[in-house]
Design a protein around this ligand. Structure first.
Ligand code: CO
Length: 224
């Protein structure tokens, strides 16, 4: 079977199984989507957004890129955030990183991979900003784990600072931005304790989450 045949056969089987479970499934979806969440995650094949939170097509709006980075000049990501807030009316934005992120590790190790090095500069900026938190950890694995968490906390801040979120808050919308991390080793999501709403101080929330991440890293290092 060719790759194309395999994927088409899988698709036919999936559509049939979905219809068998709910004969009206596609009829309900064909005219509109009304997802409750915007997920900003890594493009990594091991982190399939809908699947790991048990949501069906139509329930979550998804944007993925290498290392779940939110850059203020990335028209792609910004358009997704604007569409999610203004058109779909989504109030829950979740930035989800993952441990073992190839993009984060490449940035940490200053690997030369090509064009993507430019994208990963943003992770290196996170690294430089939090060098004091990373410095106590000599072990590369621990530095990578901590940097994956710090990156999510920083990207949550970037989402909050977009003009779309700022304006939505200004209009009184209850948009909430959260930061989670997924562990590819056990399939579990972890809350990084960063949750920012209209009335919260982003700086304080981030500071607390950064300190908590550093403390978890310290505990892991002493347990080793
Ligand atoms: Co990744």
């Amino acid at each position: 079977m060719t790759t194309k045949d395999l994927l088409f056969a899988n698709n036919r089987a999936w559509a049939a199984a979905t219809l068998a479970r709910d004969p009206a499934f596609f009829d309900k979806l064909k005219n509109q989507q009304s997802p409750g969440y915007l997920w900003i995650g890594c493009a990594d094949s091991r982190v399939p957004a809908n699947e790991i939170v048990g949501l069906l097509p139509g329930e979550m709006f998804v944007h993925r890129n290498v290392a779940n980075v939110v850059v203020h000049t990335d028209l792609n990501c910004l358009s997704v955030i604007q569409y999610a807030i203004d058109v779909l009316g989504i109030n829950e934005i979740i930035v989800t990183g993952h441990y073992g992120c190839g993009g984060v590790i490449a940035a940490l190790e200053q690997r030369r991979l090509g064009l993507i090095d430019n994208w990963l500069r943003h992770i290196q900026d996170v690294m430089r900003r939090h060098e004091a938190l990373l410095a106590p950890h000599g072990a590369q694995a621990e530095r990578a784990r901590l940097l994956c968490e710090l990156n999510v906390i920083e990207q949550v801040g970037n989402v909050c600072q977009t003009s779309m979120v700022q304006e939505a808050w200004g209009r009184g919308r209850d948009v909430i931005v959260r930061g989670w991390i997924y562990d590819v080793a056990d399939g579990l999501l972890n809350d990084l304790g960063v949750r920012v709403g209209r009335d919260d101080s982003l700086a304080l929330t981030q500071e607390r989450a950064l300190l908590a991440a550093a403390e978890r890293a310290r505990v892991r290092a002493t347990a080793r």
